[in-house]
Design a protein around this ligand. Sequence first.
Ligand code: ZN
Length: 202
Amino acid sequence: MGFEEVFPKALKDALESITKIPTYGERGASRFMYNLLKLPKEERKKVAKAILQAVEVLRPCRECFLITDREVCPICSDERRSKKFICVVEESQDAYAIERLERYKGVYHVLQGRIAPLEGISAEDLTIDKLMERIERYQPKEVILATNPNVEGEATANYIASLIKRRFPSVKVTRTAYGFQFGSLIEFADEYSLEKSLENRK
Ligand SMILES: [Zn+2]
């Protein structure tokens, strides 16, 4: 009997579809699937149902690309949030990490990634055009570049900063200070260092 006949088709299909998720290789897919299957049947059905519901209702905000369950996210549609401050982050989870502090009163812009030439990700793959359009529309006082403090996050911030300086010379561009360890991701930075980093931007 060959492997094809031994290996369950349902498992093969599930693993194959999970590997379609960026950064989930075969190992990631295996870890997820085999551990999921360790849960009691009712529990694993709950996980699957929650994922199904999430993929049905979640989408990027039409304005800022933050993952939300509405067409325009609650931050963009909140009149009390100042559009004079735009905080640029790589991913939605970075914005939510800052949001959890309940200190920042401006809006966000989610790039949906960072410039990573080795992975074939260039500026055109990100939401930079839309950012420029929003800067033109809102005429913000300040654009805060809060990309991750690693080589790619730095390069992405530098690229966007020079683009803004060229097109909107009167807009102030700041970079969050490194209150957290070099190479750590914003999402995992502790609240204290994240707050310090936002305060000590330059
Ligand atoms: Zn939004």
